[in-house]
Ligand binder design. Structure first.
Ligand code: ADP
Length: 748
């Protein structure tokens, strides 16, 4: 995209309200895409305060001025609350200061308050200009050159409380802080058999508490949208925690949202919950108020990419909108960028707050959206001490849960959800150890509620996994195991080899009648290389592992001018490479989908030489492990070093298995829980209806969908082990635009 004559020549951006991790990624993306499109870009320092102060609080930004900020929390251009901006007089000064610099396009990153303020400013713009002309503060010609203020809003808020976007910038990082803290507290709580109350932020929104509870395995969660509906809720809570103790739980913790209240609208304080628990459990209770820790720290990979993509889209929107267009809020819907009418989103957001204050909780819950509601339902089952009692006349199906493929963080979380949902619905859940080999060996055992206790945050795969794809006599043994254990449905949580194995069983139904049972595959692979899903469980954790490692690698290069070539996993699927390249600000990403040619590398060396010559100190290239069989990482290092003309040295870093390790990220835990819940429901439904359809599940856009397992070969490139359709390939041009200043973009 390039700016046309009738499009804005200059734009300004500001961050306002509470700061949030990922704002810097948005700032960087706005500045760099504006420069690439030929638009001059100014940053307003200290939010609306800076707009009112003017002068050097509104500064032109260069490509390099936003270098090295992706990994930093907060906002480098500062944020502030401004009472003066709430007054017309304040906004009059703001208009004059913008016009002084001939700016009539504004991108605001903030919460609903900041966006409301921005929209009032936009609506008043014409009147403000008339007043300034009348005061002779500005010339009539200047006013005529800028008859409208173009406005675009991005939501930066850890609370995830905004209507019109699935995620606000900062919410995922805040969830990282919460899960890290709760995971850490769990180990001490377990050692001492202690109860903990963890208070989390979120104002009127229970998102952080709800998802934090789901991701960590909390025993009780209190959120503003759904106050306990019984009068003596304290007794119910205490009884639940006691039952948990009786069932063998050593820890007990309650997550409390800061805006939680009882059904009469009375706020519930952490001290009150502590007192109630102490009296009832007769044990020590500790309160941890997480506070501003949740706003701090490095942004997660998700927030870096969210900020980046939204920032890029904000500039595109400014350029493509007509001056008098209604302002847009740029958000995320599914995995896609959405543009919604800004004021409608603000209005709906404020409506939820009003509904909560008016104690109309059901309607408030409705407005939070279906996945919020669904998560709350799932949470209610997960935090039970034991399943509902089995109803005698109801059929009890025997459902097996297993893994296959390489380990992926989140596998245990998925098993936990599957087992608990299945047991709670009255069925028998069987665990298969060690993937398809376990099914061949008949290594199958019955699981109970406590077999998955503590699984939510656990990395690795407790059931064990391997990459065996059964063939020949293996199939006979599998059929025997299915018959012996009377398995009526299988949930395979795993990666590529699991999908292939499940498909093989489907094909072999004619030879093995025992295979006539429903099989459902849940995508769990760090590579994100599975069909019928846009994000597989484990990929987000791997991405965070890569991004954290790259942050450290970059910091190691303080003295020399250096270029790193970092090799990441992914097989022949370039998802991890591209997304980690975006999240870490790589100059170049090599993926198998695009291939690598000698000419590419030659151009890349020239680009690097040029930027090191003009002062660059650090270069970063991400190479997917199978980008090209001949041009390996070490080959590239040698080539770049040789051609660097002593301007810089080159080091390689092959990240290897650290990418598969670690505890799952909150995103992966939530995804695993959502998908596993649906998979078990699918198997139960198939069994109830006497059907044997087999499927794989996935999040596509905004929805969870099942694809027919029959379609597996049609939806993939079998030899490359990746899906035919990969949504993220559309993000490549954005990565290119942000990687190098316009004069240095040479790659075709
Ligand atoms: P957030 O944007 O995170 O919701 P606030 O509600 O504190 O945070 O708003 C941040 C700033 O936005 C305020 O300090 C004020 O300058 C401006 N603002 C908020 N609401 C309005 C309003 N109704 N009119 C004008 N400015 C507003």
């Amino acid at each position: 995209m390039q700016r046309k004559d009738d499009q804005p020549k200059r734009l300004a951006l500001l961050t306002s309200g509470g700061d949030a991790q990922g704002m810097n990624a948005a700032i960087r993306a706005i500045v760099r895409s504006a420069i690439s499109f030929g638009v001059e870009v100014y940053a307003v320092f200290e939010g609306y305060e800076g707009l009112i102060r003017g002068g050097d609080a509104i500064r032109p930004m260069s490509w390099d001025s936003v270098g090295g900020i992706l990994q930093r929390g907060g906002t480098v251009i500062g944020s502030a609350r401004s009472d003066e901006f709430r007054t017309r007089q304040g906004r009059l000064k703001a208009a004059r200061n913008l016009l002084e610099k001939e700016i009539d396009s504004l991108i605001v990153i903030g919460g609903d308050g900041s966006l409301t303020g921005a929209d009032i400013f936009r609506q008043e713009w014409h009147g403000l200009l008339e007043e300034l002309v009348a005061q002779q503060s500005i010339s009539i010609e200047l006013a005529q050159r800028h008859p409208h203020l173009r406005l675009v809003g991005l939501v930066g808020s850890i609370d995830n409380d905004m209507y019109g976007t699935d995620m606000t910038i900062g919410a995922d990082s805040a969830l990282h802080r919460i899960t890290e803290a709760v995971d850490a507290i769990t180990s001490t709580a377990t050692s001492h058999r202690r109860a903990f109350i963890i208070k989390v932020m979120g104002r009127n929104c229970g998102y952080l508490a709800l998802m934090g509870g789901l991701a960590t395995g909390a025993d009780w969660v209190l959120i503003p949208e759904s106050p306990p509906q019984v009068e003596k809720w304290e007794d119910v809570m205490c009884e639940r925690l006691k039952a948990g103790r009786r069932a063998g739980r050593r820890d007990a913790f309650v997550i409390l949202a800061e805006g939680a209240r009882d059904r009469d609208g009375k706020p519930i304080s952490s001290d009150y919950v502590a007192e109630v628990l102490e009296n009832s459990l007769g044990e020590e209770v500790r309160v941890t108020v997480l506070g501003h820790v949740q706003r701090g720290g490095a942004p997660s990979a998700f927030d870096r990419n969210l900020g980046t993509l939204l920032g890029y889209a904000a500039v595109e929107t400014i350029l493509s909108s007509s001056p008098a267009d209604e302002p847009k809020l740029i958000g995320l819907h599914g995995n896609r960028i959405s543009r919604q009418p800004l004021m409608e989103c603000v209005r709906q957001t404020q409506e939820v707050n009003q509904l909560i204050n008016a104690r109309e909780y059901e309607r408030a819950m409705e407005l939070r959206g279906s996945s919020f509601k669904e998560a709350f339902q799932t949470l209610k089952t997960m935090l039970r001490a034991l399943p509902h009692p089995v109803i005698a006349e109801q059929p009890r199906f025997r459902l097996a849960v297993m893994h296959a493929g390489a380990p992926a963080p989140g596998m245990n979380t998925a098993v936990r959800a599957a087992v608990r949902i299945g047991l709670d619905r009255g069925h028998v859940l069987l665990g298969v150890r060690n993937g398809f080999q376990g099914l061949i060996d008949g290594d199958v055992f019955e699981m109970n509620w406590m077999s998955v206790n503590g699984f939510a945050p656990l990395g690795g795969a407790e059931l064990g996994t391997n990459e065996k794809i059964p063939s020949g006599s293996d199939l006979y043994h599998i059929a025997r195991s299915i018959e012996t254990h009377q398995i009526q449905g299988i949930l395979m949580i795993g990666g590529w080899s699991g999908y292939e194995a499940a498909y093989r069983m489907l094909q072999e139904r004619v030879n093995f009648p025992a295979f006539n049972i429903p099989i459902v595959c849940l995508p769990a692979s760090i590579n994100n290389d599975l069909p019928g899903c846009e994000l597989s469980v484990g990929a987000d954790t791997a991405l965070n592992n890569i991004v954290e490692a790259v942050d450290k690698i970059k910091q190691s290069a303080v003295a020399q001018r250096r270029c790193f070539i970092v090799e990441v996993m992914g097989g022949k699927c370039g998802y991890l490479a591209l997304m980690s390249g975006l999240a870490s600000g790589a100059e170049r990403v090599y993926i198998n989908e695009e291939g690598v040619t000698l000419k590419d590398m030659q151009l890349d060396v020239e680009t690097l030489n040029q930027s090191f010559r003009s002062g660059k100190r650090l270069g970063l290239i991400i190479r997917s492990e199978s980008a090209n069989d001949v041009y390996t990482t070490s080959f590239m290092c040698a080539l770049f070093e040789e051609e660097s003309a002593d301007l810089f040295d080159v080091r390689q870093a092959i990240l290897g298995h650290l990418q598969q390790g670690g505890n799952p990220s909150p995103f992966d835990r939530i995804l695993a829980t959502r998908l596993a819940t649906r998979c078990i429901e699918y198997l139960i439904q198939q069994a109830e209806q006497g059907k044997t359809e087999s499927a794989f599940i996935g999040l596509i856009g905004h929805e969870i969908k099942f694809s027919n397992l029959e379609d597996f070969p049609r939806m993939v490139e079998l030899d490359k082990r990746r899906p035919r359709q990969q949504w993220w390939m559309d993000l490549r041009p954005i990565a290119r635009v942000l990687a190098n200043p316009p004069s240095e973009i040479q790659i075709s």
